[in-house]
Design a protein around this ligand. Sequence first.
Ligand code: SF4
Length: 384
Amino acid sequence: MDSLDKALSGSRLNLEEIVALYHLPLPDLASAAHQMRLAKTRPDVVTYLIDRNINYTNICNVGCNFCAFYRTPRQGDAYTLSFEQISQKVSELEEIGGTRILLQGGVNPALPFSWYLEMLQFLKKHHPTIKIDAFSPEEILGLEKITGLDALEIITRMKESGLDGLPGAGGEILEDAVRLEAAPARIPSADWFRILDVAQGLGLYTISTMVIGFGETLSQRARHMIKIRDQQDRALEFHGGNGFSGFAMWTLQTEHTRLHGKAPGASAHEYLRNLAVSRLALDNISNIQVSWPTLGFKVGQVGLFYGANDFGSTMMEENVVSQAGGHDRVRVTEREIIRHINDAGFTPAQRNSRFNIIKYPDVQAKLGQPEPVLRAKLETALNV
Ligand code: SF4
């Protein structure tokens, strides 16, 4: 039995079998990944989230080589938003029917732990219906160093103050050889998993992530997926089923960074291949998201036939990936997302951050006469 048949039969792939997938013809890989997606998730539905990214500070002492976002405290455009400024952005999200904020910053050593707790309390008080998914394992590790507290104490107190989720940003490739090359001071992979395990144990929302294009080997990519799969097994068994709600993968952007010209990045072709492999390798994660902010809406639509079942979110603003390049637009309206999903031949459904469907928008009212064409063409081409 080859790797594709084994995956489609529901059997778990080992390292060698995952690596073997990368060498298969792309249409074969896409066909299997799409079949798997249709079997594991609602086949006619593609979900999306109305949310807003808010980067509360760009001051950071980690200094990743691939980051064009961070500043030192002395740089003229270094900033930390006030609670009122953050709240104003949340109000703008509420006006368009949004349900959550993704609040992330640099690791700013000038901000005491109390600042984070007070900020969460302030936002919950003024925006009680908005879910707050915030901070990366890197920011929690920074707070461990500042406070001397451990992640369990820090995240517990954050949860008591209003934190709903701890997204798994900063995953990149969870192989320390790759991480050391790209960002020597970056959080080690063991700490990334340790902190997310704590968050999952406390019942918080989490998501798993991956970034390709550092020059990592196919084995390193496969090991990254296996580590995420192992953590998901652990979380599902020991944390009452509260594992990663989904998986998001995108391509490295290096413009204006020290890695520019040094890391190879990844093409749309490579992205789609990796997307399909992840659908087949991550057998215990149902929801897989496309990345239109790095590769554009068209690649995002095609990704819906390479294993993905989610079109991401409105974001409203994004400052970390976008400052290093990527698609020329990181802001999209709900109507546009609905149009892209509908044009691809799927039923759009608004979800919350845990991938539960909140509502089905009235496509006719939003778009006029929908004429989906892409799905029939692509599924015929893929023999699905
Ligand atoms: S990626 Fe995050 S941790 Fe790294 S330098 Fe940028 S803001 Fe800091």
